[in-house]
Design a protein around this ligand. Sequence first.
Ligand code: FES
Length: 76
Amino acid sequence: MMRTILIPSFPDMYVCVCNAVTDREIRGAVALGARTLADLRQSLGVGTCCGRCEECARNLVGESTPATAACRRGDD
Ligand code: FES
């Protein structure tokens, strides 16, 4: 008998409200080579208004860079 496993999906979270940029878009930018907040500013406009999103955006870049993700998985 085949069982169906439901995996919850979470909605995107707005990181930069001023520019309507989500965590998914930031992770996508990192996958395409963004490595700094300046990169995100240039590609997505993150942090170009009030700046309240900067710390969260930096953290997302840190979590999402391939080397960091590999360390978390235990890859060398
Ligand atoms: S929330 Fe990103 S610039 Fe205001």
